[in-house]
Design a protein around this ligand. Structure first.
Ligand code: ADP
Ligand code: MG
Length: 573
C-alpha cells in the first residue's frame, strides 16, 4: 500500500509546535496520557462487546503493554482495545476537535511569562500530542476491532504526517515512540529505564483497572526482580505495574490526594487538579459507592449543546457506561467521577437508565450530596467556595429553574454581586441580616453589567436611602428571577419593575396621602403625556424612585425585561 503524506490542521500544527518546544516542565505525563487513552480504548471495546455479540473482536485478555528497548531507544505502548479506523485516525489524530482550541492558542500567544503559559496549558491538556515532548518520531499502528485492515500513522510532529493501510495489524493500538536523547536540563529522562517506567505508572496510573504490563528488552540487571518461570529458557512473565485498586472502594485515609487527583484527570481529561473530592457510600437494599469531583475550571464547552456530561457508571467494578447523564442533573453537569452500583443489570441502555427507579434515587442523593458539599465549602472553606462560584455559579443557578425540590438549597448556596460591597459577592442570608429597619423585600436589578446597572436611574433612590441591591448580570438570572418568588419569607423584588415599596417613610400613611394629592395635581399633565407617547408606553405615572433624573422607563412587574427579550431572541424564540 502506498504511503501518503497529509498536513496537520492549523491548530494541531500550532499545538505540536508548542509540544516540541516543551512548554510543560513535567514531561513524564506523556505516559499517563498514552495509558489513559489505551485504558479508554479497552473500556470502549468492553462496552461495545457487551452490547453487540456479533462484534468480531477478541476480549479474552484485555490489557496494556509497555515495551521498552534500551538499545533502539524506543518505547511502545500497546493496547488490544477498540482501535481506530482509517477515518478515525485522520479525524482524531490529525485535527483538534476540542472546542476553544483557537481561543486557547490565542491566549497562549499573549501569555506574558512561562508561569502564565504553564497555568494555561495546565487547564488545556493535549493528550496524545504530549508524546512529542519526549519523542522525535511517533508511529501509531491501529486496527479497529471487527475490521480486517489496519492503519499506520507516523509523524515527527513538524507539519505533516503519513498514513498507510496495512494488512497485518493486531487488534487495538500501538504507539511507538522514538525517544529524544536524554537531557537532564530539559527534564527528558531515560524512559526506557524500567525503574523510571514503574515510578511513572505507580504515580499516575496505579488505579487503571486494566493490567499494565511491562516487558523490557534491556541488560539483565535492569530486569524486574526474580519471577516464577515455568519452563527454563523462556522469558519471564511480564510484570504488572499497577495495583488496579478501585479508589472509591477504599476508605479516605488510605488514599492520598494525589491518587484521587490522578483518577480525576483520567476520567475528566482535565490536566488541572480538582477543587473538591466527594465520597459517598450507600448500604442496605440498594448498595453503591460514589467518588465525585468538582473541577477547578469548567470545560470550554460547558454551555455547548454537545458538552459531554455525567459520571462513569460501574457495576461491581466494571465500567458499563461513560458519561452517564441520568445520574446527575443538568445544572450539575460539571461534576465528574465514578458511581459503582452493586446491583444493576450490566446490559442497560441509556433510555432504560433514565426510567430506572434506582438510578432516579441515586440521582436525587447525588444531587443533594453535591449541594451539601457546596454549602459546606461556603461555610468552612470560603476561598474554595468563592473560586467555585466564580467558575460554576452561572451553571448552578440553572437549577433554580429545574430542580424545585432543591430550590431553597440552591438559593442558599448562591452568591450575588451587590451594592453593599463592590469586591465580594453576598449570599441571601447575609443580605437579609443587613436589611434596613422596615425593609420587607430583597431588592435586585438585572442587567448586562455591574456598571450598566449602577448607571440606571432606578438605582437613584436606593443609593440615596442606603438600601442594598443585588446586581444580577448573568443571562440565566433574567430567567430564574421570574420564577423564584421569595427566599426565607422575603420577596425578591426587581427595582426596575412596578412600585418598589421601599419599606421606608415613603410607605407611611402620610406619604401615601401626599402622593395622592400630587397625583391629582399632575393628573392633566400625565394624561397629556400618555396621549402624546401613545402606543410606545402603557402608562405614565408619578414616581418616588427618582432623586436626580426627571423621568425613567420601567416595566410592569409581570413584563418581559429587555435583557430577557434579547435572550429569547438569541435562543431563536
Ligand atoms: P482525549 O483522550 O482527551 O480525547 P487525546 O489527544 O488523548 O484526547 O486522544 C484523541 C482521541 O484519539 C481519543 O479521544 C481517541 O478517540 C483516540 N485515541 C487515542 N489513543 C487511542 C487508542 N490507544 N485507542 C483508540 N483510540 C485512541
Ligand atoms: Mg487522552
Amino acid at each position: 500500500m502506498p504511503t501518503k503524506t497529509f498536513e496537520f490542521q492549523v491548530e494541531a500544527r500550532q499545538l505540536l509546535h508548542m509540544m516540541i518546544h516543551s512548554i510543560y516542565s513535567n514531561k513524564d505525563v506523556f505516559l499517563r496520557e498514552l495509558i489513559s487513552n489505551a485504558s479508554d480504548a479497552l473500556d470502549k471495546l468492553r462496552i461495545e462487546a457487551l452490547r453487540d455479540d456479533t462484534l468480531n473482536a477478541d476480549v479474552s485478555d484485555l490489557h496494556i503493554a509497555i515495551e521498552a528497548d534500551t538499545d533502539a531507544r524506543t518505547l511502545t505502548i500497546r493496547d488490544n482495545g477498540v482501535g481506530m479506523s482509517h477515518d478515525d485516525v485522520v479525524q482524531l489524530i490529525g485535527t483538534i476537535a476540542k472546542s476553544g482550541t483557537a481561543e486557547f492558542l490565542q491566549q497562549m500567544k499573549q501569555a506574558e511569562n512561562t508561569a502564565a503559559a504553564e497555568g494555561l496549558i495546565g487547564q488545556f491538556g493535549v493528550g496524545f500530542y504530549s508524546s512529542f515532548m519526549v519523542a522525535d518520531e511517533v508511529t501509531l499502528l491501529t486496527r479497529r476491532a471487527g475490521e480486517t485492515t489496519g492503519t499506520r500513522w507516523a509523524s515527527t510532529g513538524e507539519g505533516t504526517y503519513t498514513l498507510e493501510t496495512v494488512d497485518e495489524a493486531p487488534q487495538g493500538t500501538s504507539v511507538i515512540l522514538r525517544l529524544k536523547p536524554e537531557d537532564t536540563e530539559d527534564k527528558v529522562f531515560d524512559y526506557t529505564d524500567p525503574a523510571k517506567i514503574r515510578e511513572i505508572v505507580k504515580r499516575y496510573s496505579d488505579f487503571i483497572t486494566w493490567p499494565i504490563r511491562l516487558a523490557t528488552r534491556a541488560p539483565a540487571a535492569a530486569e524486574p526482580p526474580e519471577q516464577e518461570n515455568d519452563e527454563a529458557g523462556e522469558r519471564p512473565e511480564p510484570e504488572t505495574l499497577n495495583s488496579r485498586k478501585a479508589l472509591w472502594a477504599r476508605s479516605r485515609d488510605e488514599v492520598s490526594d494525589e491518587e484521587y487527583h490522578e483518577l480525576y484527570k483520567h476520567i475528566s481529561h482535565d490536566w488541572a487538579d480538582p477543587l473538591e473530592i466527594i465520597q459517598m457510600r450507600a448500604e442496605g437494599t440498594f448498595e453503591y459507592q460514589a467518588l465525585l469531583f468538582l473541577p477547578s475550571h469548567p470545560p470550554r464547552d460547558i454551555f455547548s449543546q454537545d458538552n459531554k456530561r455525567g459520571v462513569q457508571l460501574y457495576v461491581k467494578r466494571v465500567l458499563i457506561m461513560e458519561d452517564c447523564e441520568a445520574l446527575v442533573p443538568e445544572y450539575l453537569r460539571f461534576v465528574k467521577g465514578v458511581v459503582d452500583a452493586a446491583d444493576l443489570s450490566l446490559n442497560v441502555s441509556r433510555e432504560i437508565l433514565q426510567q430506572d427507579r434506582q438510578i432516579q434515587l441515586m440521582h436525587r442523593r447525588l444531587a443533594k450530596k453535591v449541594l451539601s458539599t457546596i454549602r459546606e465549602m461556603k461555610a468552612n472553606r470560603p476561598e474554595n467556595y468563592a473560586s467555585f462560584w466564580r467558575e460554576f455559579g452561572r451553571v448552578v443557578k440553572e437549577g433554580l429553574l429545574s430542580d424545585f425540590d432543591n430550590r431553597d438549597t440552591i438559593l442558599g448556596i448562591s452568591s450575588f454581586a451587590t451594592t453593599h460591597d463592590a469586591e465580594r459577592p453576598t449570599g441571601l442570608q447575609e443580605y437579609i441580616e443587613r436589611m434596613k429597619e422596615g425593609q420587607q423585600h430583597i431588592f435586585y436589578m438585572t442587567g448586562e453589567s455591574r456598571s450598566a446597572i449602577e448607571r440606571s436611574p432606578h438605582m437613584e433612590v436606593f443609593r440615596d436611602k442606603g438600601l442594598e441591591v443585588l446586581l444580577l448580570t448573568d443571562p440565566v438570572d433574567e430567567v430564574w428571577v421570574g420564577s423564584v418568588p421569595e427566599y426565607q419569607g422575603r420577596e425578591l423584588r426587581s427595582i426596575a419593575k412596578g412600585e418598589p415599596e421601599l419599606g421606608t417613610e415613603e410607605d407611611t400613611e402620610e406619604a401615601k396621602a401626599d402622593r395622592e394629592q400630587q397625583r391629582e395635581e399632575y393628573a392633566a399633565l400625565l394624561t397629556w403625556m400618555t396621549e402624546r407617547l401613545g402606543e410606545d408606553v402603557k402608562d405614565v405615572r408619578l414616581s418616588s424612585r427618582l432623586t436626580v433624573s426627571p423621568a425613567c422607563v420601567v416595566s410592569d412587574t409581570g413584563d418581559v425585561t429587555p435583557a430577557l427579550q434579547n435572550l429569547y431572541r438569541a435562543m431563536g424564540q
